[in-house]
Design a protein around this ligand. Structure first.
Ligand code: NAD
Length: 498
């Protein structure tokens, strides 16, 4: 069984500890690798490598940084299949979906290729007589990324291409459930010409995360994961003087109005609820049927959910793979049980699914719960599995109120043919990312990604312009080159323009 090691200073290392964690193949249910779990000394080594590399990388020209990013873009583009296979084998998602996440990550790399344009400063000629003012942005230093299991390629790519293109160095602590994609891209970055130490990977759990949060040489932390850990990262990072962006969990609602094309809405809801086995932070987990839309919608969704082909991620016929661990399967099935106990109607039941040839795999089939009430656990909890809850509301305003009462505010969508209703919705919801007849409104790389409320702690969203802002800080220069006749007009009063 291969052991997955850290990547520090441009090479693999087993580190100094003796703890390892199991990496499973969720389709077979079998352990396929061990991954080393970092000690604080391993984190020290990675941060030291990044700190040393920062001295020269922060001085590398924009041309040099851009060239590395373009090379990296070409290499990732040529290896989408290889990265997707690593993701599928450790996460469980189907290959086409894994390739899709690499593609969305690639778009951030392409965004980072434009870094000379993004880092252009401002210049005010003759702000005062003989005085010019200009601003520019500099990198922060060593930045850390702590990422979740559900997008092992894409979520790290939301962070490090932008951070590195801005002139920072990076230590990535990926999820210990599916660590291999991070090591693979580390080698590609080296092949692209990135100097050793600019990008490092430490594998591990809370011990590694705490060492990063407390390390005096880590300037900024980007986190994506569940809300309780996001809150912890934000508080601890701030307490240790770091800039932090911490993206948390979600409970994304879609509103379906009676004037929507219900066949279209049901197809997209099914894809958004069950794609990647519901393990997406932008998955739709609650469908709010407004007015008379409910019964017809549930009939359509039931039919489409029943048609989803569940199987191994490596089988080209599969549309949905297993969930990530045995514990996740148990938790998801437990929540479906509780929904049933609390009065919801299980109209499609994915519990106890067995896939021929993969009987030990962590499979849960698509599940639809109708007549769900906001007081039920299945509605209140982030299930993070292939479960769609259908809730009823009398009016659009009641549906908007339901969304706004939820502690999360990551994504939401409306299905309607009314521009007026869509506009009321887009202006009324307290949510960061909104889809109009688009169920998973993940912004393009040149916009920024982030939710509101318990879905994001910190001021800045990831990638796009806010990512560039997060990974840099501004300098403003006020400059004068005095002519000899002006050299002695200094005054003690506060400087004002003249
Ligand atoms: P998680 O919070 O369990 O883990 C995320 C990271 O934190 C991992 O690297 C993990 O090793 C680390 N971690 C876990 N427990 C820790 C602890 N006690 N102390 C310090 N570090 C700890 O999340 P997950 O299960 O890997 O991912 C699923 C979650 O991520 C879901 O809640 C999902 O909504 C969320 N997510 C959010 C977004 C977003 O953009 N808002 C995107 C993807 C996933």
């Amino acid at each position: 069984m291969a052991t997955i090691e850290h990547w520090i200073g441009g090479e693999f290392t087993a580190g100094s500890g003796d703890r390892t964690g199991p990496v499973f193949n969720p389709a077979t249910g079998q352990q396929q690798h061990d991954v080393v779990l970092a000690t604080p000394a391993d984190v020290d080594a990675a941060v030291a490598a990044a700190r040393t590399a920062f001295e020269s990388w922060s001085q590398a020209s924009l041309s040099k940084r851009t060239k590395v990013m373009f090379n990296f873009r070409e290499l990732v583009n040529a290896r989408v299949k290889e990265i997707a296979e690593l993701v599928s084998d450790e996460h469980g998602k189907v290959l086409s979906d894994a390739a899709g996440e690499v593609q969305r990550g690639l778009e951030v790399i392409e965004f980072a290729c434009g870094i000379p344009q993004l880092l252009k400063g401002e210049y005010s000629d003759q702000a005062s007589t003989g005085v010019d003012v200009f601003s520019f942005r500099e990198p922060l230093g060593v930045c850390a990324g702590i990422t979740p299991f559900n997008f092992p390629a894409m979520v790290p790519m939301w962070m490090y291409p932008v951070a590195i293109a801005c002139g920072n160095t990076f230590v990535l602590k990926p999820s210990e459930r599916d660590p291999s994609a991070s090591n693979y891209v580390a080698e590609l970055l080296k092949e692209a010409g990135l100097p050793d130490g600019v990008f490092n990977v430490v594998h591990g759990d809370k011990t590694a995360v705490d060492a990063l949060l407390q390390h005096p040489d880590v300037a900024a932390v980007s986190f994506v994961g569940s809300t309780p850990i996001a809150r912890y990262i934000y508080e601890q990072g701030n307490a240790h003087g770091k800039r932090v962006q911490a993206l948390g969990g979600a409970k994304n609602h879609a509103i379906i109005l009676p004037d929507a094309d219900l066949e279209f809405a049901a197809g997209h809801l099914t894809a958004a609820a069950f794609g990647s086995a519901g393990e997406r932070c932008m998955a739709i987990s609650a469908a709010v049927a407004v007015g008379g839309a409910g019964d017809a919608l549930v009939d359509l969704v039931n039919r489409k959910a029943g048609e989803v082909k569940v199987g191994s991620g490596r089988d080209a016929a599969s549309e949905m793979g297993p969930v990530v661990t045995a514990a996740a399967k148990q938790r998801i099935e437990g929540l479906i049980d509780s929904g049933e106990r609390q009065g919801a109607k299980v109209t499609v039941d994915g519990r106890g699914l067995s896939v021929p040839g993969f009987e030990e795999g962590f499979f849960v089939g698509p599940t639809v719960l109708d007549q769900v009430e906001p007081s039920m656990d299945v509605y209140r909890e982030e299930i993070f599995g292939p479960v769609l809850s259908v809730v009823r509301a009398d009016t659009v305003d009641a549906a908007i109120e339901l969304i706004n009462s939820n502690p999360y505010g990551n994504g939401t969508a409306i299905f309607t043919s009314s521009g007026e209703a869509a506009r009321r919705f887009q202006r009324g919801v307290k949510v960061g990312m909104i889809g109009i007849n688009v169920p998973i409104p993940v912004p393009m790389a040149y916009y920024s990604f982030g939710g509101w409320k318990d879905s994001l702690f910190g001021d800045k969203h990831v990638h796009g312009p806010e990512g560039v802002s997060f990974y840099t800080r501004a300098k403003v220069v006020t400059s004068r080159w005095p002519h000899v006749s002006h050299a002695y007009d200094a005054s003690l009063h506060f400087p004002t323009a003249s």
